[in-house]
Design a protein around this ligand. Structure first.
Ligand SMILES: [Zn+2]
Length: 159
């Protein structure tokens, strides 16, 4: 955690922590998120938003409310072109493609519902059928954490 992100979680006026509400939505472009925090100790408020992936702490808040979801590549998908598209969309380093390859077709990635729906939609536009479903926490489907795959600071381009 950098000093920068500490400012997100500690009130600069009184030093108490914030209670956050976090929203992420997906319409025609990549998901955008916004977070609204209220200080537990004073009247301090903080509002932030961004594209790309929300910080880990905010992801936990979204997961708690909406559940962890998986992107599932439909049977019959061509593994090579699916991986190529995922790499192009997410800027996944080549060395990280092998573990993904094992799961095409099938559940490849997990993340927030908005992120997974956006990915399914972009893949659909490129001829690859994918669906989104809640991830069963009791079983390990082999899907990978989107947050761990994309480069630090990644933001989706509008496509
Ligand atoms: Zn405060």
């Amino acid at each position: 955690m950098s000093d920068d992100s500490d400012a997100l979680f500690r009130c600069q006026r009184c030093g108490e922590s914030y209670d956050y509400s976090v929203y992420q939505s997906f319409e025609s472009g990549p998901p955008i998120w916004s977070a609204s925090g209220g200080c537990r100790g004073c009247e301090g408020r903080i509002e932030i938003d961004g594209g790309g992936l929300p910080p880990a702490e905010f992801r936990q808040i979204i997961y708690a409310r909406e559940g962890v979801h998986e992107l599932v590549i439909a049977p019959g998908a061509d593994a090579i072109s699916t991986l190529r598209e995922l790499q192009a969309i997410l800027e996944i380093p080549t060395k990280s493609l092998a573990p993904l390859a094992k799961n095409v077709p099938g559940p490849v990635l997990w993340g927030t519902p908005s992120e997974m729906k956006w990915l399914a939609s972009v893949l659909g536009g490129r001829g690859i059928t994918a669906s989104v479903s809640p991830k069963d926490p009791a079983t390990d489907s082999g899907s990978l954490d989107l947050k761990e795959l994309v480069p630090e600071g990644w933001e989706p381009s509008w496509m």
